[in-house]
Design a protein. Structure first.
Length: 100
């Protein structure tokens, strides 16, 4: 019986969610939410950066291949074959004019 009275007094005088504890709880939840949002945004941006980097590497490889193809097409052997197919002839030496 005596114990019951003490318990009632203890719960009557204490506030489980006092104003200071409630404010602290709200601030802690807000900070945790902000941290989580910033972390998720950081992960999302990392994925975008990785995708863009992969695309850049792909385009660099394609550019290198195109330069190699251009060099093959403009090689002297290929140009001679193309000129022969189209019926071009080499000009005579007296037809060539050198401009200084």
């Amino acid at each position: 019986m005596f114990k019951n009275i003490k318990k009632k007094k203890f719960f009557k005088n204490s506030k489980p969610f006092g104003s200071k504890i409630f404010v602290f709880f709200i601030v802690a939840i807000s900070l945790a939410s902000l941290f989580l949002m910033f972390r998720l945004k950081n992960v999302e941006l990392d994925y975008e950066i990785a995708a863009i980097t992969k695309k850049i590497d792909q385009l660099k490889t394609e550019n290198r291949d195109l330069h190699a193809r251009k060099a093959r097409m403009l090689s002297s052997e290929n140009l001679k074959k193309l000129a022969w197919k189209l019926g071009f002839v080499e000009p005579k030496s007296d037809k060539i004019i050198v401009i200084p």
